[in-house]
Design a protein around this ligand. Structure first.
Ligand code: FE2
Length: 201
């Protein structure tokens, strides 16, 4: 059996909260983090030159009301953790490797700063496998501060099989990585759908 493709970095963790401002203040104070991009629903924070080390999702905006916890899992807490891969070829190679094992992503999304695949473990813990779209942190940070990110900070869905075919046909990573189409805004399946629902789909 070939050696599995491994992530290069541990990238970030995303939390869901109903104490949005309090959480923002806590991560700013404890980690010396700054808000790289934020609105009422979602904030991305970093404490180093990575574009984000934390994201905080505000359930009071995204899911108003005291909704029942989804599929027995806590509504508040860790939404997902993210691992970075060295290249788009490695990310899509990982997709292919896992597909052969019967393990499929439940969300394939071009976030703008990363191209990402979301997977659930057997308990429904969510993880993001990603590759950076920009060669430098400055470029990624500039994108997050620009109009396309504020118009769509969630992302646009893509088909990993189609992308893999394009890469194998000779298209460059540099051609595929920039997000040129910014709509439609995808539903936040990773953050807000019941874990069991997207594992079954
Ligand atoms: Fe993420």
């Amino acid at each position: 059996m070939p050696d599995p493709i491994r992530p290069r970095t541990f990238a970030h963790v995303v939390y869901r909260t109903r104490r949005f401002q309090e959480m923002l203040r806590w991560y700013q104070r404890v980690f010396g983090a700054k808000v790289q991009y934020g609105n009422d629903a979602l904030a991305f924070l970093t404490y180093d030159d990575e574009h984000h080390r934390f994201a905080i999702a505000n359930l009071d905006v995204l899911k108003p009301g005291a909704a029942a916890p989804a599929a027995g899992r806590g509504e508040i807490g860790v939404d997902h953790v993210a691992y970075g891969f060295a290249s788009l070829a490695e990310l899509l190679g990982k997709y292919e490797e896992l597909k052969a094992l019967g393990i499929r992503p439940y969300w394939c999304i071009h976030h703008g700063v990363t191209v990402s695949l979301y997977y659930g473990d057997p308990d429904g813990n969510q993880m993001e496998f990603q590759v950076d779209c920009f060669a430098s942190h400055d470029e990624a940070n500039a994108f997050m501060e620009g109009p396309h990110f504020s118009a769509n900070p969630i992302g646009v869905e893509y088909d990993p099989d189609a992308w893999l075919a394009r890469l194998r046909a000779g298209e460059s990573e540099q051609s595929l990585l920039p997000r040129r189409v910014h709509l439609p805004v995808s539903e936040v399946r990773g953050a807000l759908a019941p874990a069991a629902a997207h594992l079954a789909s």
